[in-house]
Design a protein around this ligand. Structure first.
Ligand code: ARG
Ligand code: GLU
Length: 715
């Protein structure tokens, strides 16, 4: 009876119905029954098939790290505004500021090519575990195992691509207990079709980021162009709109509380199977340290961004990136604290070990494994802290990150000068930014340097600092401001005029440039951390990964009635749940949807983040919502649901039970950001932009209703 109870509680803590990011090719075997029970109306084959057209053919990786979906048979794709952000910024100039004013092509000829942007589809997914692990011998060292695995992966990828125009990559799942091959098709001629102005796309700015309720129209539209053969081609005027074999129909019927929804996309990274030791380190050290350092950095940037438009523009993208992770970590640590995550993990570990009682040997093995985890994390905590001071404090200073990137440049140049094989030209080109520094203001960076150095010397002990930094500290009598002044007033790297000249004759006068004060400083930091911290950190991370692999194996073997989903790793996944609100904190409950009323309410506070153009308010007053209004006549802007998502899911299609597009995923709620570590269906929610708000902006706000004609809109 007791044993039965133990297993039962173990299961009930794990088997939350809305948790999980599932591999699409396994949905049929693993999730289909449950999805049906929750209201899903289609077949598993309609989600993923390699023989027939299926939804997977309409979901793509957008650029480096977002998701996008096809919404017409002419290659039209939808993603978030924040995913299109850098491409839109790249097309913008002071005269034609598409970020600020928005942009909608009124014909194909006006669609704007985005240099360097790619869109990647998955053609098929195959389990290649056996092949990856073949030729491995028990007696091999870890290093030998690693190199054989790497070699096997290379062979599998090469084999898969052979005689095709596809690309291929293999990824580990369940910490290397399984491996899957992804065959992909990468399109390279992608053009901007439309974007709302930033005041709509990023309405709410940093104030609203990671927070529910939301009102921003976080979308942008692009089109995939292909060669005449419908295959990927480099940009060319004669390329034609790509004709896919599947695109999503769009429903403007809306959804109500309790409705089935699913998200199909490319979640980046989760760590759901961490041990209590890891979670404790994250909550007590890593998150707070990183949050604290970013706060200092953001304050410096904010202060300067307020002083001029040009500084604001220069730092806006950088600021948003720093702020995004900062705010997520902050929500994450609060959420984990509030849910007593460490105790939960500890109890879980105890239950797991207890469940092994019938197998003494196994129980002993896993008890030892837990001890090993504990020991390794004690060692790792110190290194992780040093590493964070390197990456989040010293490298947070642009000038230092920039100059330290020249260490490999000088190394390659020396090889060249000695007549050895070298990659100088390539490395030089990569390190040399487009001059003059578009995204760096010397005075701001100097200020940042002062702020960060002051923390660094206070928090990092003498024995753990690069000796060169200590000697400067001594020379300047411990005055870190003077160190920063000295570096920034005497460096050619950080001075646009001098740097320009320097890069013209770099090879000739390299010996002199190598003595540059800021370069010397950056190089000392780089060399110190590369030698003393990074190898040890990687070594321990490798150890931890090995332990995790065993742990994961143990969990899957022992808890038979639970289906474990693999942590997110940037591959295609399906998450499903319900449209639903949540209880935020004492006495506060959240409704599952927002309306344009809320946008206007926020706007009337007068806060800068809630500015919108007069046209939006005009249309609002006229209640010009057309077919996009809900039954009550209001225009719904966003809704939340219990779909398990993470970074990378931005831009993902959010679908109803019939597989129709009802919105675009773009964020999570503040209370739920902990879901990367521990999902809780009670309050973890993904935030979706209602497709009707998107269509309204395209049609009524931008007057680009012609685009709707190529979509399949169902009512
Ligand atoms: N929090 C969302 C995500 O993780 C949106 C980020 C972009 N928006 C912003 N205000 N920084 O990516
Ligand atoms: N905004 C995130 C992204 O860019 C999605 C939000 C999340 O982390 O869930 O992918």
């Amino acid at each position: 009876m007791k044993k039965f109870l133990i297993c039962f509680t173990l299961l009930s803590t794990l088997a939350k119905s809305d948790e999980g990011m599932w591999m699409p090719q396994l949905v049929d075997a693993l999730n289909f029954k449950d999805m049906k029970k929750n209201g899903f109306k289609l077949s598993a084959e309609q989600i993923y098939s390699i023989n027939k057209a299926s939804m997977k053919d309409a979901v793509a990786i957008f650029g480096g790290g977002c998701t996008s979906e096809l919404i017409s048979n002419k290659g039209l794709i939808l993603t978030n505004h924040h995913c299109g952000f850098s491409s839109i910024a790249g097309l913008s100039t002071v005269q034609k500021d598409y970020l600020k004013n928005g942009y909608f092509a009124m014909s194909a000829a006006e669609e704007l090519p985005c240099k360097g942007l790619t869109v990647t589809f998955i053609k098929r997914i195959d389990d290649v575990t056996k092949k990856v692990l073949q030729n491995l011998n028990q007696t091999f060292s870890e290093k030998q195992r690693d190199s054989i695995i790497k070699l096997n992966i290379k062979t599998i990828e090469t084999e898969a691509k052979k005689n095709t125009h596809y690309e291929a990559f293999v990824r580990p799942f369940y910490y290397g207990n399984e491996y899957y091959l992804f065959l992909t098709e990468v399109f390279k001629d992608i053009r901007l079709v439309g974007t709302p102005p930033e005041s709509l796309g990023k309405f709410g700015g940093e104030t609203d980021n990671w927070v529910w309720p939301r009102h921003n129209a976080d979308f942008s539209l692009f089109r995939i162009y292909a060669g005449k053969d419908n295959k990927p081609a480099e940009y060319a005027t004669e390329n034609v709109a790509y004709v896919p074999n599947y695109s999503f129909p769009i429903s403007i019927k809306g959804s109500k509380e309790g409705d089935f929804t699913m998200v199909y996309g490319f979640p980046g990274r989760t760590q759901e199977y961490l041990t209590s030791y890891a979670v404790e380190l994250l909550m007590k050290q890593q998150d707070p340290l990183r949050v604290g350092l970013r706060e200092i950095r953001l304050n410096v940037l904010e202060e300067d961004m307020k002083t001029s438009d040009s500084l604001r523009l220069m730092y806006t993208g950088k600021y948003a990136n720093i702020a995004n992770a900062y705010k997520k970590w902050k929500g994450e640590m609060q959420g984990l604290e509030k849910s007593d995550a460490v105790t939960k993990k500890r109890n879980f570990e105890k239950t797991f070990l207890d469940a092994l009682a019938s197998d003494a040997e196994k129980q002993k093995k896993y008890t030892e494994l837990m001890t090993q985890f504990e020991k390794t994390y004690i060692e790792y905590a110190y290194l992780s802290k040093q590493f964070d001071y390197y990456s989040e404090c010293l490298l947070a200073i642009d000038g230092i990150r920039y100059t330290s990137s020249f260490v490999p440049v000088f190394a390659e140049l020396k090889k060249k000068q000695n007549g050895l094989d070298n990659r100088f030209e390539k490395v030089f080109k990569e390190s040399k930014p487009s001059l003059p520094f578009k995204n760096l203001n010397k005075a701001t960076d100097k200020k940042l340097c002062k702020a960060m150095l002051s923390v660094y010397f206070k928090e990092v002990n003498q024995g753990a600092r690069p000796p060169h930094l200590d000697s400067l500290f001594a020379v300047f009598n411990g005055n870190t401001d003077s160190i920063a002044d000295y570096l920034y007033n005497n460096s050619a790297f950080i001075d646009n005029d001098k740097a320009k000249a320097m890069f013209e004759d770099f090879e000739k006068n390299s010996a002199e440039y190598e003595k540059d004060v800021l370069y010397t400083f950056g190089a000392a930091i780089y060399n110190y951390y590369q030698k003393n911290i990074i190898p040890q950190t990687s070594y321990l991370e490798k150890q931890i990964a090995e332990l995790q692999k065993e742990y994961m194996k143990g969990l899957r073997e022992t808890i038979k009635n639970k289906t474990f989903y693999p942590d997110a790793n940037g591959t295609l996944r399906v998450a499903y749940g319900k449209v639903e609100g949540y209880k935020g904190r004492d006495a506060v409950s959240y409704r599952y949807y927002t309306t344009l009323d809320g946008l206007v309410e926020k706007n009337s506070t007068g806060a800068e983040d809630f500015y919108v153009k007069e046209r939006v308010l005009d249309l609002y007053r006229k209640k010009d919502f057309g077919p996009y209004a809900d039954k009550d006549g209001k225009l719904r802007t966003a809704f939340i649901a219990s779909n398990h998502t993470t970074g990378g899911n931005s831009g993902s299609p959010v679908l109803n039970a019939k597989g129709e597009l009802i919105g675009t995923n773009f964020d999570r709620n503040w209370e739920g950001t902990m879901s990367d570590i521990m999902y809780n269906v009670d309050f973890c929610r993904n935030i979706t932009l209602d497709i009707r708000f998107t269509l309204w902006v395209i049609d009524r706000y931008a007057g680009a209703g012609y685009l709707l004609k190529e979509m399949k809109i169902v009512n």
